[in-house]
Structures are given as C-alpha cells and as structure tokens.
Design a protein. Structure first.
Length: 128
C-alpha cells in the first residue's frame, strides 16, 4: 500500500510515517517510480509505534523495543536490551518529574510570598 492509504488506515500523517521510516522504525519498499510501498504489517507496526510514543519512549528507545513487540498494545517480550532501554527511559522520566515537582514547589512559594506582600501593602480601613 502507498503512504496515503497507510495514513488513512492508521490516522497518522504521511510526514510522520516518513519520519518513522527515517528513524528505522518503519520499512517500505520503493517501487520503480520511487513511491514507498508498505506491506500489510505496516498498519500493526504504526499502531505499535504510536502506543510506545504514548508511553513516553523516544524514537531511539522504540528502535530497541520494536523487535520485542507483539500485538497492537504492544506486549513486550523480555530481552536484556529492551529491559535496559526501558529502565533508562523510566529513570529519565522520574528525574524529569522530580525536577518539575521542585519547579512547581518553588513557583508556589513565590506566588505565596507575592500574595503576602500584596496584602501587606494594601491600605486597611484604619489607614484611610
């Protein structure tokens, strides 16, 4: 099938499909006229890629994961390379969440301090 049909069947835009191909995530044969021809398995592969992207994996991580992927969700067969890549990604997400938590707490402190200062600088009925 051509890229337009794959796009229609998966709901993924053609430029994203081309990107998946450039990242080695999606294979296509080239016809004599240069068009990409995808096999029937490309629909499943794109679905797997979308689910894995939704889990926060990068395209680089997904390249490690796809050989171990089975089914649409996909289920992942345990293999050492896969587990190492997923653990590393989970650690990066946990580090980022901790950084965001710190930023959120600092911003909340600044807001609280600014609100106190604002209340203290307003005139009261006694000051009028």
């Amino acid at each position: 099938m051509r890229i337009g049909e794959l796009s229609r069947r998966t709901g993924v835009r053609a430029h994203q499909l081309r990107y998946y191909g450039s990242q080695g995530l999606l294979d296509a044969e080239r016809s004599a006229n240069g068009y990409r021809d995808y096999g029937e398995d490309a629909v499943l592969r794109v679905t797997q890629i979308r689910h894995l992207l939704g889990a926060g994996l990068s395209s680089e991580d997904i390249a490690y994961v796809l050989p171990c992927a089975v089914g649409e969700e996909p289920e992942l067969e345990g293999c050492p390379e896969l587990l190492a890549a997923m653990r590393a990604r989970l650690q990066r997400l946990e580090d980022e969440a901790a950084r965001l938590d710190g930023s959120r707490a600092a911003l909340a402190r600044y807001i609280a301090a600014a609100e106190r200062t604002d209340r203290e600088s307003r005139p009261t009925l006694i000051d009028r």
